[in-house]
Design a protein around this ligand. Structure first.
Ligand code: AMP
Length: 223
């Protein structure tokens, strides 16, 4: 399967992506995670991305498109399929992905769009804590770790992302509405969009996505 997870920051893309990728054996590509890792490692890519991430703005298209091409173009990913989390975020990125998939003779199966209201997003991101090691995400109120500051899954240290401060959250939300939201229409025109109510609990959202993907797989098997 080849999937895109679309939705505003804080919609739960990372959390759901980890679950879906595990269940279906898909290669999970989070461009945000790749950029943050590059930043921590102090690579050239990290240095290029830092100022944009800190301000809540998008890293230039050519930089992100380059890294996605590198990752998706491998025989391993062609064999397993993929789940894109945080990419594409602009029309130019969506078109570059189309061109890449055509080159690879592959097609997208679905775009899962997590719908969440702006007020929910601000609350979720301000109270989000992320594991430094396995990137699992927690919410201080609704999904707190068993031991404060420690990841339930791998024991890693939890931290607050620097771009999860209120001012940067509002900027990211604005960037999403201006640059990424139009992609819903772009993919709807290709009849690929599956809308999911992202306001529900983590488990409920997983269940809803699971149902839709099962339907999709059945359709493919029957075709
Ligand atoms: P995320 O972890 O998906 O919320 O991404 C964190 C930050 O990384 C974003 O606010 C952007 O600065 C940058 N970023 C991640 N993915 C992309 C993308 N596809 N295009 C441009 N910038 C991105």
């Amino acid at each position: 399967m080849r999937l895109i997870l679309l939705g505003p920051p804080g919609a739960g893309k990372g959390t759901q992506a980890q679950k879906i990728a595990r269940e279906y054996g898909l290669y999970h590509l989070s461009t945000g995670d790749v950029l943050r890792e590059a930043l921590e490692a102090g690579t050239e890519l990290g240095r290029q991305a830092k100022a944009y991430i800190d301000k809540g703005e998008l890293v230039p298209d050519e930089v992100v498109i380059g890294l996605v091409k590198e990752k998706l173009g491998t025989p391993e990913v062609s064999a397993t399929g993929f789940l894109l989390d945080g990419f594409p975020r602009t029309l130019a990125q969506a078109k570059a992905l189309d061109a890449l998939l055509e080159e690879l003779d592959q097609e997208l199966d679905a775009v899962v769009n997590l719908e969440v209201q702006p007020l929910t997003i601000v609350d979720r991101l301000a109270k989000r804590r992320v594991c430094k090691q396995c990137k699992a995400s927690f919410h201080l109120e609704f999904n707190p770790p068993i031991v404060a500051g420690v990841c339930d899954y791998c024991g890693g240290e939890l931290y607050q992302r620097s771009d999860d401060q209120e001012e940067t959250i509002l900027r990211r939300l604005n960037v999403y509405q201006q640059q990424t939201e139009p992609l819903i229409t772009y993919y709807a025109q290709q009849d690929l969009v599956i809308n999911i109510d992202g306001e529900r609990s983590v488990d409920e959202v997983s269940r809803l996505i699971g149902e839709q993907l099962a339907e999709l797989t059945n359709k493919h098997d029957c075709a």
